[in-house]
Design a protein around this ligand. Structure first.
Ligand code: ZN
Ligand code: ZN
Length: 443
């Protein structure tokens, strides 16, 4: 009987890739960490670089995750809105359109709203909930369409629009930068339903105008201003989409998969790909998350799953604040948490550690640079590189690959791949399935 194949623990440190920074003596946060445990796993594996999409393209977390999980984002990406909705437990009905939303601070002048802070000073979750409630009460209906804002963590929210004859093929009104005006929502040039897209734009634009008026006089914002805090006085919208059935991860790669994450988007992605999403106490999706708890939960899950995706957001949160020291400290805690993973782990599993994109602290936003990848396992051809970092990875055995190459590489490292050209199943598969059909020899 052939060996069943190894399990895989894939750790995605959000926004891991970085550049050297002066406050870390010219090192990247990853380079500055002692790597007691990462070094141990490096010895049992190889490193390389991943371009999540392709060189020079800065992905969002959602597009890069899909690419790393082996989905073709040019054909299969439904927009970020539906992932955010799924992660927040919102069931989108057919025809409903979901946007990712941010409460933001704008300055009103000359009939424009200039963005001062895209996150309204990282307004707390409770304040977001109160503002969303006011908007749902006062701006919940535009024409014959219903607008409902669901508050999420901190400044984040999900906007769900229900109406008829609408198309989601419209632009963001979020300019994605401060000092820029809040944008008019416009139909995409390539929209297949121009009329529906035009209709949605008119609704979204009048909703936003109304929201800005209501938020300007909201008690919550008056209180924030009194306390010297930035008001949440506009709603930035981006990446609209409609629910679309995605091929389950298990059907695509043959792994029974589970997800350990704190951030709602990541749980949403996992849920839409049919992974089991496990709640771990202390998993916050922030730098203060219980990393050890998440690692322990992941190890436990490998008892009855053969693929665990562990997501850690702290690296990206620090990066967006330009906090290289904080990012290094988070990575040090991550390395410490790998004390939980004994060396015997690799006898039946593969450990992979990477990021979903680079978020250099010096830029405080996503960049198109590649991210380092470490794969350790008994079937991995190891290399001579000693440490795991953006620079050392250039000399590793894995070389430079694209996001879509990761899953085939992990499948191979787990010894589960089907040799190209052989065909044991009617459906073309990348993996050896559990349910091969034996020839019935009769009684
Ligand atoms: Zn990310
Ligand atoms: Zn980010």
């Amino acid at each position: 009987m052939a060996e069943r194949g190894l399990g895989v623990l894939l750790v995605i440190l959000d926004g891991l890739g970085d550049s050297g920074s002066a406050e870390l003596g010219g090192k990247t946060p990853l380079e500055s960490v002692e790597q007691r445990n990462l070094g141990r796993f490096k010895e049992a594996g190889a490193v390389g670089l991943i371009d999540p999409i392709s060189p020079g393209i800065p992905p969002g977390s959602d597009t890069s995750h899909l690419s790393l999980f082996g989905y073709d984002i040019s054909a299969e990406y439904p927009g970020r809105g539906p992932f955010e909705a799924a992660g927040n437990g919102i069931e989108l009905r057919e025809g409903e359109i979901a946007f990712r939303a941010n409460f933001a601070t704008v300055e009103l002048r000359g009939g424009r709203a200039d963005v001062v802070d895209r996150r309204a000073g990282r307004i707390p979750t409770e304040a977001t909930a109160r503002l969303a409630k006011v908007l749902n009460e006062e701006c919940g209906q535009v024409g014959d369409a219903r607008f409902r804002l669901y508050p999420a963590l901190e400044h984040r929210a999900v906007l769900v629009i229900s109406g008829t004859g609408l198309s989601h093929q419209v632009t963001d009104n979020d300019p994605h930068a401060t000092g820029m005006p809040l944008l008019e929502c416009l139909p995409l040039e390539e929209a297949s339903d121009k009329e529906g897209a035009g209709r949605l734009c008119r609704l979204v634009n009048s909703w936003e105008r109304e929201c800005i008026k209501v938020l300007e006089r909201a008690e919550e914002n008056a209180d924030r201003k009194r306390r010297g805090l930035l008001p949440g006085n506009a709603v930035l919208l981006r990446s609209p989409g409609v629910m679309r059935a995605m091929q389950p991860f298990s059907e695509r790669w043959g792994f029974k998969a589970a997800c350990v994450a704190g951030g709602k988007l990541y749980k949403g992605i996992a849920k839409m790909l049919g992974m089991d999403v496990v709640e771990v106490p202390g998993a916050t999706g922030m730098p203060d998350t219980d990393i050890g708890g998440k690692v322990r939960a992941s190890l436990k899950l490998l008892g009855d799953h053969d693929f665990v995706y562990l997501h850690l957001k702290g690296t990206d949160v620090c990066s967006h604040k330009g906090d290289a020291r904080g990012k290094a400290e988070f990575l040090r805690r991550f390395d410490d948490s790998l004390d939980e993973v004994d060396s015997d782990f690799l006898s039946s599993n593969v450990l992979a550690v990477t990021g979903d994109h680079s978020t250099p602290c010096g830029r405080a936003m996503h960049s198109g640079e590649p991210v380092p990848l470490l794969v350790a396992g008994k079937h991995v051809r190891s290399d001579n590189v000693r440490t795991f970092s953006e620079l050392s990875a250039t000399g590793g055995n894995i070389g430079r690959i694209r996001g879509r190459d990761l899953m085939p590489l992990l499948l191979d490292a787990a010894k589960r791949t089907v040799e190209l050209g052989t065909r044991p199943t009617p459906r073309r598969l990348n993996f050896i399935p559990r349910d091969l059909v034996p020839l019935d020899l009769g009684p």
